[in-house]
Design a protein around this ligand. Structure first.
Ligand code: MG
Length: 346
């Protein structure tokens, strides 16, 4: 069989995807998405030249849904052609517009969308890239065309989409079944703080007047502590003490919203999101009911979560136990999170 090397080039900032993680490093079904640039292609070709390949298949790693059949068709075309690319015939009517007004309907006959992989006889495509060094082309087929190579069009899989913006990523996840079968998890958290002399209490990020305070190293927000532990538990990231040791003086008196934000950031780094939370307070006093709306509003802001996905409840313990004796307040939280479906871990 004729030696053929696959060249997948990773480059680009991925700025259109937004967020701190470049597109090419965002997970899609457990695999990073990579992306190429024309300079990277030439450098890649130079790097593999010493292996003396006769054929090269250049693939844009921003098309992670490429299928084996399309790759095989392009490869087989190279047995009889110098260049062949995966491409999709245009089916939509094309309009040229100015200021959102149609100026022209374009004949789509014989128009194709260029996909990858794009396959070439190695020496001609390397020479073609060297000859246009420093100039800009939209794809390798354009470089080949410029050099006078005949490039054959091979029908591509319609799902071989290029991931350019966050909507594309969502569509790719749906195609991979990640939309239909998300990884739904439940986390549980529990926390207790003792009452101490004071005149206000902070629960769920909401501070209100009371004839006592809660004692703790941070702001003693048992609601946010239980919730933070629930999120950390759902993603296997230990507990709040692992991330914010109470022995560390820098966390003294700190706003517990910071703890919650850290847990949410860890969840988002895994591509996850909070679906719903449910918090129950156990205490004789203070009365939670009058504070529920403000707590819900604050949690909605912190989590960017609709209020109808936030449950806040309270119960006494009928005078029993430390909560019944008014020595302290307990909070428990249940959280449901959604994570991308990762087929290699399930
Ligand atoms: Mg606590």
């Amino acid at each position: 069989m004729t030696p053929c090397i696959a060249l997948i080039v990773a480059a680009g900032e991925g700025e259109r995807f937004g967020g701190a993680i470049p597109k090419q490093y965002q997970d899609l079904a457990g695999s990073p998405i990579l992306r190429r640039s024309q300079d990277s292609v030439r450098l890649g070709l130079e790097a593999i030249e010493k292996q003396k390949p006769q054929l090269v298949m250049i693939h844009d790693a921003a098309r992670p849904l490429i299928d084996a059949e399309t790759i095989q068709r392009v490869r087989e075309a190279l047995d009889t052609h110098d260049a062949a690319i995966a491409a999709k015939p245009l089916v939509d009517t094309l309009k040229r517009g100015e200021n959102d007004i149609i100026k022209e309907t374009i004949d789509r006959t014989n128009l194709w969308q260029a996909h990858t992989p794009q396959g070439f006889r190695f020496s001609p495509i390397l020479e073609a890239h060297r000859s246009v060094q420093g100039r800009s082309f939209t794809d390798d087929a354009a470089v080949a065309e410029h050099a006078g190579m005949r490039v054959t069009l091979i029908p591509s899989n319609p799902d071989n989409l290029k991931l350019t913006n966050p909507d594309d990523l969502d569509r790719a996840r749906r195609l991979l079944g990640m939309g239909a079968l998300p990884d739904v998890r439940t986390g549980f958290g529990f926390d207790v703080h003792r009452f101490a002399p004071g005149n206000s209490i902070t629960l769920c990020g909401h501070t209100f007047a009371h004839d006592q305070s809660l004692e703790g190293h941070s702001d003693a927000d048992a609601g946010l502590h239980a919730l933070t532990d629930a999120i950390l538990g759902a993603i296997g990231e230990g507990d709040i003490g692992v991330h914010f040791p109470p022995s560390d003086p820098k966390w003294k008196g700190v706003d517990s919203a910071r703890f919650l934000q850290h847990a949410v950031d860890l969840l988002r780094q895994k591509g996850g999101a909070v679906s719903h939370i449910d918090i129950t307070f156990m205490c004789e006093r203070p009365k939670i009911g009058p504070q529920r709306a403000a707590m819900t509003k604050r949690l909605s802001e912190l989590l960017k979560l609709s209020p109808d996905r936030i449950g806040i409840k309270a119960t006494t313990t009928e005078g029993l136990g430390f909560t019944g004796r008014g020595e302290g307040l307990a909070a428990q939280a249940v959280v449901t999170v959604r994570l991308p479906f990762l087929p290699d871990t399930q």
